[in-house]
Design a protein around this ligand. Structure first.
Ligand code: NOJ
Length: 530
């Protein structure tokens, strides 16, 4: 079985505002990304996923789309996009876009029409409801960004629903015209040559048709985000979502019939494993990869992780391909959660598990969450519910490329501050340092690509031994063993004897026997002796 590129490959998430600015406005752009493709290729990833680049008022930094078929001038033009896509493909890399189907921007012409009058032909493209008897919102649904999810519209005397900001009204996916238009948007980009999509909040796009109140969450405590006051039983994860995912899948598969040109759909879904698995498809195939975010929230403990990996593997439907994520533009960075020493071990885990890994830009440098001075906060989530640690600016800061002005990111003032240690923590410097976390990522990616056991092989013997997490990967005659010390003390672990292919630390032994003393925060990839 040769497997598709997206099964073998590693995906690299780029936050376009923060990757590389080419015109000095302090905001990254498409021409900047194109300039950095050699660096991306040198890292050794296979595909880039770009967070939204479409025209947008940027109320939620591009997740509020005002035109699904254009490019925001901050990022460039459609011509710039076509050039970037061609340059990406010329290097043998793939390019994925971010599709935001749940909601548009309130500035989208569709919503401008929809809110113009109750009898506007686009009225039903969004979710309009009468007020409750007391004049309040139609139900108790809470926006993920805090406050009621309903916004009163005085002109037409109804409320509209927004799962996120009021500037992000939810589209009505039960309306066949909406559905046809959005599917056609996918077709537009697929025909242009993109290799797939990450689909924003896929589990949100269909809500219960009669909008009942959500139940209260018994586990809610003050200090949590307001959205957790209720359980999203009726506002998300409704059975009808699966037919929509299947329609998207059929379209993508229809474009991707040539080997090497398969298209991939990745669904953003935050749900418990058993519900997540449904998104591989029920009656018909769903998305290729429902994002598996478990490593982001997991307690970092060998027993917990061994159990989590085994449970996830066991839950996969027949033929489903796994995937793993350590970080993204919404969640604290891995180096902030675990510290840099353990982030190296986490990188070895991400890049040796079975399934497609997604690596978040900057994590290969071990950047921690960057403190944002109060007067520089940009993220609407932080501005709406300040002080709860929900803000996402700290994980979206500019990529530090070198030790010249603004770390080589921009000749202007960067839209967010750089990581304070950018003079030493940057690509150019760390590339020269063979023991840097960047060099470790490159080595891990090289090893992964060189060994089918890692890129497409089976996984077995997932176990914990004190602080050590252990598992094997195999393909045909090749057998590799991973030994990951999640603790910060040395530990003598049981092992299968063999040759060490890679350590997270310098000066590793060349071979190991039936026990090996792992150093604090040491991970090993061992080729098991035949
Ligand atoms: C999930 C995205 O990842 C996040 O950044 C965004 O704010 C929400 N969806 C709304 O689109």
């Amino acid at each position: 079985m040769s497997r598709t590129w997206w099964q073998r490959g590693v995906i690299y998430q780029i936050y376009p505002r923060s990757f590389q600015d080419s015109n000095g406005d302090g905001i990254g752009d498409l021409a900047g990304i194109e300039r950095r493709l050699d660096d991306v290729q040198a890292l050794g990833v296979d595909a880039i996923w770009l967070s939204p680049i479409f025209p947008s008022p940027m109320a939620d930094f591009g997740y509020d789309v005002a035109d699904y078929r254009g490019i925001h001038p901050d990022f460039g033009t459609l011509e710039d996009f076509d050039r970037l896509l061609a340059a990406t493909h010329a290097r043998g890399l793939k390019l994925l876009l971010d599709f935001v189907p749940n909601h548009s921007s309130s500035a989208h012409p569709w919503f401008v029409e929809s809110r113009a009058s109750r009898d506007n032909p686009r009225r039903d493209w969004y979710l309009w409801r009468d007020a409750a008897a007391d004049g309040g919102p139609p139900n108790n649904w809470i926006s993920d960004f805090g406050g009621s999810a309903w916004e009163w519209d005085a002109t037409t005397g109804q409320y509209y629903y927004h799962a996120f900001l009021k500037e992000q009204p939810d589209l009505n996916w039960r309306n066949p015209e909406v559905r046809a238009e959005m599917i056609d948007t996918l077709r537009f980009w697929l025909a242009r040559g993109v290799d797939g999509f990450r689909i924003d909040v896929l589990w949100h796009i269909i809500k219960s048709a009669d909008f009942p109140d959500n139940p209260a969450n018994p586990d809610y405590r003050p200090g949590m985000a307001e959205m957790f006051k209720v359980l999203q039983h009726h506002s998300t994860d409704q059975p009808d979502v699966h037919a929509i995912a299947a329609e998207m899948r059929a379209l993508a598969d229809g474009f991707g019939t040539t080997p090497g040109r398969e298209r991939v759909l990745i669904g953003e879904i935050y749900l418990p494993v058993e519900r997540l698995m449904q998104y591989y498809g029920r009656e018909a195939p769903g998305v290729h990869l429902p994002f598996n975010f478990q490593l982001i929230d997991a307690q970092w403990n060998a027993r917990v992780l061994a159990d989590l990996i085994a449970t996830y593997e066991a839950a996969l439907p027949a033929g489903a391909w796994p995937n793993w994520v350590l970080g993204n533009h919404d969640r604290p960075r891995v180096a902030a959660r675990l510290g840099e020493a353990q982030a190296r071990v986490a990188a070895m885990l991400l890049l040796t598990l079975r399934g497609t890994p997604t690596l978040y830009y900057g994590d290969e440098l071990g950047i921690a969450d960057v403190p944002i001075p109060p007067d520089q906060v940009q993220d609407p989530r932080e501005l709406r519910e300040p002080g709860l640690g929900l803000g996402r600016d700290p994980v979206r800061t500019p990529m530090p490329w070198d030790d010249t002005g603004n770390a080589g990111f921009s000749t202007g003032t960067p839209w967010l501050p750089l990581n304070p240690d950018w003079r030493t923590r940057n690509v150019a410097g760390m590339r020269q340092d063979p023991v840097s976390i960047l060099s470790l990522h490159r080595a891990l990616l090289t090893v992964r690509h060189a060994h089918d056991a890692l890129s497409i092989g089976a996984i077995a013997r997932i176990a914990d031994d004190g602080p050590v997490l252990r598992y094997e990967r195999s393909h045909q005659r090749e057998r590799l063993q991973m030994l990951l010390n999640l603790g910060d003390a040395p530990y003598a672990a049981e092992a299968a004897p063999g040759r060490v292919l890679l350590s997270t630390l310098a000066d590793a032994p060349r071979t190991i026997g039936a026990t090996v003393t792992l150093r604090p925060n040491e991970g090993l990839i061992v080729e098991i002796a035949p």
